[in-house]
Design a binder for this molecule. Structure first.
Ligand SMILES: [Zn+2]
Length: 369
């Protein structure tokens, strides 16, 4: 059975469905991040009610705490965290760009330093795949070696070569068992290397391929050029997943290039900082301007925060350090991105994605600063 079916195409943008052991994902899709097996501050039922189909959890963090053994004994990650829908797990590759957590990287694998107790954890490509399978992930990610923006081209090229060797080892170690395995294309900030890496990953016949190592501080134009160079060489019949993207304008630009899946910590991180995402840009609920505003964050949003509470009340909660503020704004921000993807899917189906994107970008640009 083919896991991914392309629906309607509108120029390069497309809708699709990804079928997993725990349900179907409608694409383009945004995945909230539950690093520690929870989307911060939200009950899984609330997350589901935002309209998202799939969550991202981080196998590396879960291996450190509470440990794969415990989660396996608890019946797997879905049962442990109370989420009976699709889960994609990250391998830990992304943590390789965060120097504080990495001791060494060599061809065999990576050694991470636990941020909790300083202990060392060696992760090989085989172990990364095996750990994710033991967690019960629906979509397993290969171990990759991303590099930071500004890394010397020869170092970036070496990391891409390593990513390719690791991808072959992940492919060989993947147990199948109804789980999907995604490769991760790298290539640094060189269009030709991006295309080569995407072609390499497509040839390995993964169930999907991610575009990794972007949105790490490079200019937006560079990010989109690298995305386009990657997409051009990725198989059209498999999902394409941009790792780590979560702002409206960039999401729609990537959808316009033919990307199908996204994840980002932005909606929950912004919420904790008192920032609400709206079609007209970010709204700071800590700002004095919100003090007397008795309307909701977004009058068109169906979420519980917008249905029941004013900006003034939410600002009051932030001013008072009340945890309900984090809950309500997280709920709103995730709903906002789920609705953005829903809007994109509808627009593609109706052949008006370009207009939809222009209208959304126009609203963002017209926002008074
Ligand atoms: Zn809302």
């Amino acid at each position: 059975m083919t896991a991914f079916v392309v629906g309607v195409c509108d120029a390069a943008a497309r809708t699709g469905t990804l079928t997993t052991a725990h349900g179907t994902v409608r694409t383009p899709a945004f995945m909230p991040v539950g690093t520690h097996a929870t989307v911060k501050a939200l009950h899984p039922d609330e997350v589901r009610a935002t309209g998202v189909d799939i969550l991202l959890c981080n196998a590396y963090h879960l291996a450190l705490r509470p440990g794969i053994d415990l989660i396996e004994r608890a019946g797997g990650l879905h049962r442990f965290m109370g989420w009976d829908h699709p889960i994609l797990t990250d391998s830990g590759g992304y943590q390789l760009v965060s120097l504080v957590e990495v001791a060494t990287v060599d061809d065999d694998g990576a050694v991470f330093v636990s941020p909790y107790d300083g202990s060392r954890l060696r992760v090989t490509p085989e172990e990364a795949v095996r750990n994710q399978a033991r967690l019960g992930a629906d979509v397993v990610m290969c171990l990759d070696h991303p590099v930071a923006h500004g890394t010397a081209p020869d170092v970036a090229a070496e990391a891409t070569e390593r990513t390719h060797r690791w991808a072959e080892r992940c492919r060989a170690a993947h147990p199948g068992e109804g789980r999907l395995l995604f490769g991760i294309a790298q290539g640094g900030f060189d269009s030709e290397a991006r295309g080569d890496s995407a072609r390499f990953m497509s040839a390995l016949d993964f169930d999907g391929v991610a575009i990794g190592g972007l949105s790490v501080g490079e200019p937006v134009e560079t990010m989109l050029a690298m995305t386009a160079a990657s997409v051009a060489e990725l198989a059209a019949d498999r999902p394409r997943y941009f790792m780590g993207l979560g702002t409206d304008s960039e999401l729609l630009a990537a959808v316009g290039l033919g990307v199908d899946m996204f994840d980002c910590v932005v909606p929950t991180r912004l919420a904790r900082n008192g920032s609400a995402m709206t079609p007209d840009g970010r709204l700071s609920l800590r700002n004095a301007a919100a003090r007397d505003e008795l309307g909701p964050i977004d009058p068109d949003c169906p979420c519980a925060a917008c249905a029941g509470f004013s900006r003034a009340y939410l600002r009051h909660l932030f001013q008072s350090g009340e945890i309900l503020a984090h809950r309500l704004v997280s709920l709103h921000n995730i709903t906002h991105l789920a609705r953005l993807m829903d809007g994109a899917r509808s627009a593609i189906r109706e052949g008006r994605f370009t207009e939809f994107r222009a209208e959304r970008d126009g609203r963002l640009l017209s926002m008074p600063r």
